[in-house]
Design a protein around this ligand. Structure first.
Ligand SMILES: [Zn+2]
Length: 265
């Protein structure tokens, strides 16, 4: 049997399905669903919508994360696994926006790893800088700055992460970031939404602070407009040269507020 005779064309499949009863089509789809993980992902997204997408991204993110920060044992840092995860996701979602999100998550995990260890395997380092470059190139292809606005803080916090000198990684990231055409594009636009901004390295530092202290910090941020200490809302957590920085809004007046938390504080 050669390939031509064994594999039906989309056209043939369509005409065959056309002849089937509804029950037969249902059975056919259920069998297909059971057969492949990709199909399961694809159908889950179609059926569950936005919530389903989040859950699926989480699944794929976990797979990537496990290569860097496994629950037990040593990190494996297998580029092949990360690449496979990425391409499976791409095939299953057929959505470049979602793939961009997963690429971003990978870049964040990788930069956190390098930040903490001061090193990474050369091939994973290369794949990380290639991915970062690809994200930038994709944003540059966009016709508007919408997507850029969504990712700009996360992209910036990756390039600003300290301790990434190994394999020329920092220089490479800076090179990619410097060609991001939207930088400076929206300086006059104050409507920045920080809520979706997460830097994993920064998040880790934040979570290392005892819960009680974190609550005290959240409820004690200076608001220039209210002229008093207020509660910070909808904040992002990013790395700063001397520690981490919370950026959000005042719970009283909605004005932008910032709180820097220095290391060993
Ligand atoms: Zn205020």
């Amino acid at each position: 049997m050669n390939d031509k005779s064994s594999k039906v064309s989309v056209r043939k499949l369509r005409s065959k399905l056309d002849e089937c009863s509804k029950q037969e089509v249902i059975e056919f789809l259920i069998e297909s669903f059971k057969m492949s993980k990709e199909v399961q992902t694809y159908m889950s997204i179609k059926i569950n919508g936005e919530d389903g997408i989040q859950a699926i991204i989480e699944d794929y993110k976990k797979k990537i994360q496990a290569e860097f920060f496994p629950a037990g044992g040593y990190e494996k840092l297998r580029v092949s696994v990360v690449k496979k995860t990425m391409s499976d996701f791409k095939k299953a979602t057929k959505d470049t926006g979602l793939t961009l999100e997963l690429m971003m998550c990978f870049a964040e995990v990788a930069v956190q790893y390098i930040h903490e260890n001061g090193d990474i395997s050369e091939d994973m380092g290369d794949y990380f800088t290639d991915t970062y470059e690809e994200i930038i190139q994709q944003l540059n292809k966009e016709k508007t700055s919408e997507l850029y606005k969504q990712y700009k803080d996360r992209l910036k916090s990756i390039v600003d992460t300290t301790g990434c000198e190994c394999w020329g990684i920092h220089d490479s990231l800076e090179g990619s970031y410097s060609v991001l055409k939207w930088v400076g594009y929206d300086n006059e636009n104050d409507e920045v939404d920080f809520r979706n901004t997460i830097s994993y390295a920064a998040m880790k530092k934040w979570l290392d602070i005892p819960e009680e202290t974190r609550q005290r910090i959240i409820q004690n941020v200076w608001c220039g407009k209210c002229s008093m200490a207020v509660t910070i809302m909808d904040f992002s957590i990013q790395l700063d040269t001397c520690g981490i920085v919370l950026k959000g809004t005042c719970s009283n007046c909605g004005h932008k507020v910032v709180r820097v938390i220095e290391n060993n504080n």
